[in-house]
Write a protein that binds this ligand. Structure first.
Ligand code: HAM
Length: 439
């Protein structure tokens, strides 16, 4: 278990370290993108380490794919009529006039790489994970960016409902390791190519009765993707569709037992969940299981992670029929939950600060810093010819654990005083064995 906030090598920063220098700046980051500043990256490193640790424990291996791909890959897999493909993709023609798109999600790229590199031939089940930036031109708001980071996993080659459950446990375990236990898991089944067309007809017939009263968005969806009408955030739409049939009650002989097995595996593990028969998710590739993990402290963009099964997609992309399931989780939203719940974030601090009183001491301190760093000890020293007082302030600001002040006397005698900055106590130390003293 990684205990981020009590680790002694980490110092605490107040959250609002950044100040806006005003509008005089010539260049600013693009709307919906964000700099990750040093005050934040310490926590990111910890979360990323937690993700990588958990992935290895669950036997997933990392895959890194390019951030841009042929536009048609995303249109084909995510769905031509989805919001992502119709409104949100960063698409451009390169100089060779090829239409390229910055990846809006990871699944399509991972499957493209799986097929291109014949990973399926190497093992019957391929378990992959990824971590990296995704791009969607959505309206920016808290927890919704245009460049955001996801971690995610895809398990390709099995239709076992146990793997669907594994995909839910994986992010839940990442969260639990970070001290977040109050997430909610919503589950649904969106059927397959056998039961979904039958259900769609039924749904369309019902929706047609109330068509004129639905919001313009839902009216458009009715003809293009009627299941997404159920997902509408519009209160009036939700009231109007309160009693329409739900796909979970119209599953075929294959999908129903699969859905039941997912639920019993979750129950056997004491993982609490609720069935949300209206959840269809914003990507078209799902079959059978669909799920979302939410956290109440996130406000309107409350999904921390989402995923599901996509048994038809690999064939759709030109491979042979292969069942698969996966999830992806937003990093920025996870950071919001961590920050809201702990109010402080962590960043690395030096073990030792070498303060120097004159020029020869400064050059000794620099050489010694390099030497100690080679041994893996985090050391900082002064590069601004500052007074001792200013150097001590710097050591405090950096939350250095120890300070040694070097002057001509220390250099002559070969010994100095190791000051513990937390307790304020000092003890003699040999300058030739600082590494041993810091032990
Ligand atoms: P998704 O639900 O579109 O699924 O995204 C997964 C997670 O990414 C969301 O729950 C959210 O935490 C985060 N996210 C999405 N959009 C944004 C945004 N604009 N700003 C910040 N965070 C965002 C997928 O991407 C699928 N590929 C998941 C999957 C993998 N299904 C099967 N395999």
């Amino acid at each position: 278990m990684i205990d981020i906030l009590s680790s002694s090598t980490f110092r605490r920063f107040p959250l609002s370290l950044t100040s806006d220098p005003g509008t005089r700046l010539k260049y600013r980051s693009i709307k919906g993108t964000k700099d990750l500043l040093p005050a934040e990256t310490g926590l990111w490193h910890h979360v990323e380490a937690d993700v990588r640790y958990m992935m290895s424990v669950f036997n997933y291996r990392e895959i890194r794919t390019p951030v841009f791909e042929a536009t048609s890959l995303f249109a084909r897999s995510i769905g031509e009529l989805t919001d992502i493909v119709t409104k949100e993709m960063y698409t451009f023609n390169d100089r060779g006039d090829e239409s390229l798109t910055l990846r809006p999600e990871g699944t399509a790229s991972v499957l493209r790489a799986y097929l291109q590199n014949n990973l399926g031939e190497q093992a019957p089940l391929t378990k992959l994970y990824y971590l990296g930036p995704m791009f969607r031109q959505e309206r920016p708001q808290a927890g919704r960016l245009r460049q955001f980071y996801q971690f995610g996993a895809e398990a390709i080659g099995s239709s076992s409902p146990l793997l669907d459950v594994e995909m839910m446990i994986l992010p839940l375990e990442v969260y639990r390791n970070l001290g977040i236990n109050d997430t909610k898991l919503a589950l649904n089944s969106v059927g397959c190519e056998k039961c979904r067309p039958r259900y769609k007809k039924l749904l369309i017939a019902e929706l047609k009765k109330i068509q004129k009263s639905l919001s313009p968005d839902s009216q458009a969806r009715l003809s293009q993707n009627p299941l997404r009408v159920l997902d509408s955030k519009d209160e009036r739409d939700r009231k109007l569709t309160a009693d329409v049939p739900l796909i979970k009650d119209h599953l075929c002989e294959e999908c129903r037992p699969h859905f039941e097995e997912v639920q019993s595996a979750l129950n056997a593990l004491n993982i609490s969940f609720h069935i949300d028969g209206r959840m269809v998710r914003g990507l078209d590739y799902y079959t059978k299981t669909a799920f979302e993990i939410t956290h109440q402290s996130l406000g309107s963009q409350d999904a921390l992670a989402g995923g599901g099964r996509y048994d038809l997609l690999i064939q759709e992309l030109g491979g042979k029929a292969t069942p698969a399931v996966g999830f992806a989780a937003g990093m920025e939203r996870l950071m919001i939950v961590l920050e809201k719940n702990k109010r402080e974030i962590a960043s690395p601090s030096p073990k030792l600060y070498l303060a120097a009183l004159d020029e020869p001491s400064r050059s000794w301190a620099f050489r010694t810093a390099v030497d100690l760093r080679k041994k893996g000890i985090a050391v900082e020293t002064d590069y601004l010819d500052r007074s001792l007082k200013a150097q001590m302030r710097d050591a405090n600001r950096l939350a250095a654990e120890y300070v040694v002040v070097i002057g001509s006397e220390e250099l002559k005698s070969g010994s100095g005083k190791l000051k513990n900055m937390r307790s304020g106590t000092e003890r003699p130390v040999s300058l030739s064995d600082l590494a041993g003293a810091l032990g």
